[in-house]
Design a protein. Structure first.
Length: 160
């Protein structure tokens, strides 16, 4: 068992049904835009009584942050460490945006000469399940963020 649903319920108790239902949609529909979620609800099992509007979905994404998100990451990292090693990888996401502050020119593994955002991720080596991620400026290399990336790392600000 992955414990994802249990950890969502523990970390986001007031939003668990919305998060789990939206996660089902994202997994099943893959490439579909989130605005299609209410239509998907008409033909699929979910936990919500009423379809959320686009503002509700935006608020949900905005509310899934801070200490609750870190708590979820810690719980998932603990579960993964019981059965597998954690792996670390980065990828770059090219962008033409001039409004996103993280978009910068940097080394691109694919040789693209575009500004980018870097995504660093820690995940279970066997399961492939992510336990932590961090968006980084496009000009930050692969190794630099590793020291501060681990969700299991204890610090004075970590409540674990």
């Amino acid at each position: 068992m992955t414990g994802v649903e249990a950890d969502i319920a523990l970390s986001f108790p007031s939003m668990k049904d919305q998060i789990v239902s939206l996660a089902y949609f994202l997994v099943q529909e893959g490439e579909s835009a989130v605005y299609r979620f209410p239509r998907w609800m008409l033909s699929h099992w979910h936990r919500l009584a009423d379809p959320p509007g686009s503002q509700d979905i935006s608020r949900l994404f905005g509310a899934m942050g801070g200490e609750a998100r870190l708590d979820f990451f810690r719980r998932q990292a603990g579960r993964r460490l019981e059965r597998e090693y954690l792996a670390y990888d980065t990828t770059s996401i090219s962008s033409y945006s001039e409004l996103v502050k993280l978009v910068k020119y940097g080394y691109n593994k694919d040789g693209e000469r575009l500004p980018q955002i870097n995504l660093a991720m820690v995940f279970g080596e066997k399961s492939g399940l992510p336990v932590y991620y961090r968006l980084l400026p496009g000009n930050v290399g692969d190794v630099a963020p590793w020291k501060t990336l681990s969700p299991t790392r204890r610090s004075s600000s970590s409540p674990r």
